[in-house]
Design a protein around this ligand. Structure first.
Ligand SMILES: Nc1ncnc2c1ncn2[C@@H]1O[C@H](COP(=O)(O)OP(=O)(O)OP(=O)(O)O)[C@@H](O)[C@H]1O
Length: 548
């Protein structure tokens, strides 16, 4: 939406095909976002673009809409079917997401515009027949696209008209510099190119020189995260050991409601937290780079559909953290570490670019080591035009990291952006014994076992059952990723909160807590709720009675 006083351009004023307008309307988008409003007209004029806009601002549609429009424009004159657009992203999850956007926005012209995502785990040969049909839009990671070009499955030299690099600032750091440079040698001399990024880093400038010709640079003058009326940011300072107690009570007392992503700083910590929470019958999925890509995409899909309410995720920075901790190891430990390392996927992205939908809360159980990672994690909520809350649990060791984030995000030092969340620790003292007891049973061995069990079962899900699910796609819904990993340790009596533990301020409403939590509410319903909710959920101690 445009600056105040300036008349904003609506989708129907952009000269878009009716079929495209219909698909946009079916997404429920009433106005273009600022980046869409600025970039779509320029892209339709044929300009090269370097677009920087904050995370969650709708950059994907900003390039997908002009791609579809230009393909539709060219369809009548086209003599033969050819690959017209190539979209490169640094992670498989991002490819899958760009693909979904393409499919959704071409849903009213799916015969004319065909898209293909080649990033998945399928082997190169099995994708060859699909590429031979020359889909209009091909989406992939740079290495996968290059492998197909070199394997003779994909020819772009004579047909490509548009190239997009999404999340451009990550491309080099994900190790694709060489692939990109080689790939450029297989492209025609003239094509239109877009670089989309949340930051204008040195890597983006280097890519700009390589890829763009005389580009228009759109650097939106906006804060790095949505304003306070859409995104509320809180922190709670606590002892490291109290984080578990806090998260248990926040979730159990439903002070945190709606879809929530819990970020931790390592894969082990993912499982530690899952094993801890499952003892209180709080189910959660874990999401990390060790899981096969199909499982990861499936978890995100199911989360977006409203099947789960809680995901415990590591982000890309966790990979670096774990890798460097492995460097310090010696001998046997090093070998073991190597085994785990091998399984991790460098084309993994969770906090970067993944469009988790209708997320009410992002919780930093561990605070990220870089401010940039904070911005990207928190950017998983309050996306598009929705609202959200971020809460960070801050131990003494993390205080300086919180300060660094404040320094970058706050314009006024007296008015911090990440506000203290007023929480009376003494009111949850009664829960401490339960939390301690539950945490005691989460040992190093049980974490390691859970980690291995999860990988094994997810590999089984994604490999052995793949063909079955291809034939029976509906059954995918029943394949859950949030089952208890140590079912024998789940303590049924810990599911409910007895009256004597209830904080005094909440006693009158105690009955709702023992009822079915809101963990399994449908996506649509969640979305409606989300829009209706005026008050911030973390700020209020009020409870609504749940519908039975
Ligand atoms: N015009 C619009 N109106 C409302 N919502 C929109 C609009 N365009 C996109 N969205 C929604 O906004 C969300 C974020 O979009 P998208 O993933 O493209 O953001 P992004 O800028 O690429 O973010 P990131 O940098 O994190 O990848 C999506 O859920 C999308 O459906």
């Amino acid at each position: 939406m445009a600056d105040e006083g300036e008349k904003s351009l609506a989708f129907h004023e952009m000269g878009l095909d009716d079929r495209l307008l219909k698909a946009i309307a079916s997404q429920g988008w009433r106005h273009p976002t600022l980046i869409q409003e600025r970039s779509i007209p320029l892209a339709l004029e044929g300009k090269d673009l370097l677009a920087r806009a904050r995370t969650g601002s709708g950059k994907t549609a900003a390039f997908v809409i002009p791609i579809i429009q230009r393909i539709l424009d060219g369809k009548q004159a086209a003599k033969e079917q050819a690959v017209k657009a190539l979209v490169l992203t640094p992670a498989k999850e991002l490819c899958s997401q760009a693909y979904k956007n393409c499919v959704a926005l071409s849903s009213c012209c799916s015969r004319e515009v065909r898209c293909l995502d080649i990033s998945g785990s399928a082997d190169i040969t099995s994708q060859r027949p699909m590429l031979m049909e020359k889909p209009d839009v091909v989406i992939g990671t740079p290495s996968r696209v290059l492998a197909h070009i070199q394997g003779g499955n994909l020819e772009l030299k004579n047909s490509l008209e548009m190239l997009v690099i999404d999340e451009a600032d990550l491309v080099f750091s994900f190790g694709y510099e060489k692939d990109i440079k080689t790939l450029l040698g297989h492209l025609p001399k003239i094509y239109q190119a877009f670089l989309m990024s949340a930051t204008l880093s040195e890597d983006v400038q280097a890519l700009k020189k390589l890829i763009l010709h005389n580009p228009v640079t759109l650097k939106l003058e906006e804060s790095q995260l949505p304003e306070a009326d859409r995104l509320t940011q809180y922190h709670i300072k606590c002892e490291e050991s109290d984080k578990f107690l806090l998260i248990y009570t926040l979730l159990k007392l439903r002070l945190v409601r709606g879809k929530t992503i819990l970020f931790v700083n390592s894969i082990d910590r993912c499982y530690r937290l899952k094993l801890f929470l499952e003892q209180f019958s709080i189910p959660a999925c874990v999401l990390n780079s060790e899981l096969p890509v199909s499982s990861r995409c499936h978890i995100v899909d199911q989360f977006n559909q409203g099947l789960y309410n809680l995901v415990i995720a590591t982000d890309e920075s966790a990979l670096d953290a774990e890798d460097s901790s492995m460097k310090d190891k010696t001998g046997k430990a090093k070998k073991k570490a190597k085994r785990f390392k091998k399984k991790k996927d460098k084309e993994y992205g969770v906090s970067r670019g993944i469009d988790f939908q209708f997320v009410s809360n992002v919780i930093n159980f561990d605070f990220p080591a870089q401010v940039e990672a904070y911005i990207h994690r928190v950017g998983r909520t309050a996306r598009g035009d929705s609202q959200g809350t971020a809460l960070s649990l801050i131990s003494a060791q993390e205080l300086s990291l919180l300060q660094q984030a404040e320094d970058v995000l706050s314009e006024d030092a007296d008015n911090p952006v990440i506000k203290p969340y007023r929480f009376k620790m003494e009111e949850i003292e009664g829960f401490r014994y339960r939390a301690k007891d539950a945490l005691r049973s989460v040992t190093k061995t049980s974490v390691r076992e859970a980690r291995l069990k999860e990988i094994r079962s997810e590999i089984l899900n994604s490999e052995k059952l793949k063909s079955y699910f291809e034939d029976n796609p509906r059954d995918l819904q029943v394949l859950r990723h949030d089952k208890a990993l140590a079912a024998s340790r789940v303590k049924p009596h810990m599911k409910n909160v007895p009256e004597y533990l209830m904080p005094p301020s909440m006693k009158s409403n105690s009955s709702v807590i023992t009822k079915r939590p809101q963990h399994f509410q449908g996506g649509r319903r969640e979305q409606k709720r989300h829009k209706k909710r005026k008050e911030d959920p973390l700020r209020s101690f009020k409870y609504r009675k749940e519908e039975s």
